[in-house]
Design a protein around this ligand. Structure first.
Ligand code: PLP
Length: 433
């Protein structure tokens, strides 16, 4: 497989962009080697700068629910651009998309649009702090909520500990306002509320965790989270940036029947354009300026091109949802069962986690219920598998701790081709032991 052009672009990129990328995971550091530079995408495929075609399971980290260059989104964006790209003034399309979001997510009585998932979570926790007048945020180890100071915080050594910064650039004083508990651990959650209850503004959680690889919630976990937050007068914030519109049309909250106080959305909502949103009960959202005292703003927030893309995306979901989700679940099963079979036959310890169109192969015997479990995976094996698949025309996420995203363009034929590639790729794992 030719890689010259990608290599040249990689050299050139590093002269002008830190590490050559605008978001770290793209640099392949977790799997080694050099990133491929993408020239275009179509349906389930991406084509790199050397003209190689790959079945793509990154799908812009989940944003592309119908695959690349989805015609209704492309058309909507082109039409909107002709009318003007941004006004910095209210437009009708913002109302239209907000009304659609509200129909999918009835808990979001009022919705504020921003430009990314990160902005949505950062704004939601500011709102939680402003509305409750409390300083602390509770989060789970291994849940990622974007590049937000208070949320880029890792656990200390105890069960419910004050956070320590995950990265340089975050003062300890900020991290100390974040409490970190293991995911799926009711006892740790109870302990956190016992120790810090009156100081906790909100518990932010991925109701289906997707950033330590796919880890679904244990039965009863989200119910208990709802009870504990309510008892403590803290807000339950569902970060549905991945799970929104993906686990089902109404996200994880509909799937599991839990109503959070605030919800954060992104990815699919923008149809591949930069859109995030957060929303919740009216009286809570009205703490936001210009009605209330919590300030949050954005020059390009709700711009007509992003809104048009989101409307096209949600219309497509709305019109096909009866068929879309069962079909995706079936394809997810086909891929997961096929992979389980391949690894079992090759005697490679692997735990394949799948829910609808999300999937992760953990290279550990499992089960994986939290970040500590996920970290038992062999990242070396993942890297070998990743490259073996890439050289066979399948682009997986360049890290063990991510989800594979199946789009509606990944039909049965594409899934079977993926399994065929995996069948051959696994030999490299066996050879390396
Ligand atoms: N929340 C979750 C659950 C995410 O997976 C991500 C990104 O991967 C974010 C928030 C941040 O979104 P963005 O990258 O659009 O800022």
């Amino acid at each position: 497989m030719k890689r010259e052009r990608s290599m040249q672009l990689w050299e050139r990129a590093r002269k002008v962009i830190p590490g050559g990328v605008n978001s770290p995971v793209r640099a392949f550091k977790a799997v080694g080697g050099n990133p491929i530079f993408i020239a275009r995408g179509e349906g389930p495929y991406v084509f790199d700068a050397d003209g190689n075609r790959f079945i793509d399971y990154v799908c812009s980290w989940g944003a592309l629910f119908f695959g690349h260059a989805f015609p209704p989104v492309v058309q909507a964006v082109a039409d909107a651009a002709k009318r003007g790209t941004s006004f910095g003034a209210p437009t009708e399309v913002e109302i239209e998309l907000a009304e659609m979001v509200q129909r999918f997510f009835p808990s979001m009585e009022l919705v504020r649009f921003v430009n990314s998932g990160t902005e949505a979570t950062a704004s939601a926790i500011r709102l939680a702090r402003g509305a409750t007048r409390r300083p602390k945020i509770l989060k789970c180890a291994g849940c990622y909520h974007g590049s937000v100071d208070s949320l880029l915080v890792t656990a200390g050594s105890g069960v419910a500990t004050l956070g320590i910064p995950d990265t340089a650039g975050i003062p300890n004083s900020i991290a100390a306002e974040t409490i970190v508990v293991p995911y799926n651990d009711v006892a740790a959650l109870e302990k956190a509320f016992t120790c810090f209850g009156s100081e906790i503004a909100g518990f932010i959680v991925e109701p289906v965790a997707g950033n330590m690889g796919l880890v679904p919630p244990k039965e009863g976990y989200l119910v208990r989270a709802r009870e504990l937050t309510a008892e403590a007068g803290a807000l339950l914030i569902f970060d549905e940036v991945i799970s929104g519109f993906r686990i089902g049309a109404g996200g994880a909250q509909e799937w599991y029947g839990i109503q959070p106080d605030l919800t954060c959305l992104g990815k699919i909502l923008g149809g591949g354009l930069p859109v995030g949103a957060y929303g919740g009960r009216k009286e809570l959202m009205e703490f936001l300026a210009p009605v209330g005292p919590v300030y949050q703003a954005g020059t390009l927030a709700g711009n007509p091109i992003s809104m048009a893309a989101g409307i096209a995306m949600l219309r497509a979901i709305q019109s096909q949802k009866e068929q879309l989700y069962p079909e995706l679940e079936q394809r997810g099963h086909l891929l997961a069962d096929g992979l389980r079979d391949i690894f079992a036959k090759a005697r490679i310890p692997a735990c394949v986690s799948q829910l609808g169109s999300l999937l992760t192969v953990f290279f550990t015997a499992g089960p994986v219920w939290n970040y500590e479990d996920a970290k038992l995976s062999s990242t070396v094996r993942y890297a070998t598998f990743f490259h073996a698949m890439l050289s066979r025309g399948v682009a997986l996420p360049p890290s063990q701790f991510e989800c594979w995203f199946i789009s509606f363009a990944h039909d049965e034929r594409v899934i079977k081709q993926t399994l065929e590639a995996a069948h051959h790729a696994v030999r490299e794992l066996v050879e390396r032991g």
